[in-house]
Design a protein around this ligand. Sequence first.
Ligand code: MTE
Length: 318
Amino acid sequence: MIIKKMADIKPAEITDPQIYRERRRFIRTASGLLLAGAASATLRPRLAEAGYGGQAIEGVRPGPFAIKEKRTAYKDITSYNNFYEFGTDKRSPALMAGRLKTDRWKVTVEGAVSRSADYYLEDILKGQVLEERIYRMRCVEGWSMVIPWIGFPLRDLIKRLEPHSRAKYIEFQTLFDPAQMPGQQRNVLDWPYVEGLRMDEAMHPLTILAVGLYGEILPNQNGAPLRLVVPWKYGFKGIKSIVKIRFLEEQPQSSWMRSAPNEYGFFANVNPRVSHPRWSQRRERRIGEFRKRKTLMFNGYAEQVAHLYQGMDLKKNF
Ligand code: MTE
């Protein structure tokens, strides 16, 4: 993994507009290969409707932790979504998310961190090697998928941002813009969508920020242009279309905790032994399969992550 000096992540304010425009077309990855840039990440509604994410990302290398299970069909991954900013049913995001403008995307970094600033996504990706990570994902509602993500370890970015030692948690926020995200005109959740991780979870090598899937730039309905993927946790931790990252001393309150604290906890680790108050979590339906499978502890990633929760009561810390 090549991590360039922090000087290579420029705060957005000081990016010369001319340089920015040129850079928009292509982002040079550390390996010298070209990655179709943010300009092409601006998805046409027509393409989003067809569940099509757009241009291929080049220079992606195979990452660790790939599983051998059959991948869920691209069509299912991109047309059966949860993205309440575009409606609460599974089909709406693919139909509605085309209107989201993902070019000139900025991410604000603040809190207990040395490099707090606004950054263009291009500058965050510059010099970053992208990997394919084939992960199981398990939604709290009882279905699952196998998704070949493209992304990079969140820990790489965290290290470059230089959090203070008192930062114990990291919080993420989705864009708040009801004009682009019509679902935000209704109070189904306390907007913007907020999620968080404990710092050791955020630094775990399984945790990635994704920018693509199936070799292509992330479709809007899957959280373009930047979303979190934490494969041992229920899908709702995987916050989409991130515009803010905050380093905190105290545990943040996620949107789902605020909306139903008895149903959704902060940790949200996949755990077949702890039922959701309204349904069991013992089994799951892999999208594209008929027979249900047994849900695995930590979604099958126990070997990698169980140590993070040693000594914790996972019934209380659900
Ligand atoms: N992020 C935002 N901003 N809004 C959402 O409604 N839904 C979550 C998560 N991230 C959601 C979100 C839930 S409940 C799930 S299961 C996953 O996104 C679904 O991701 P996918 O549609 O890419 O499969």
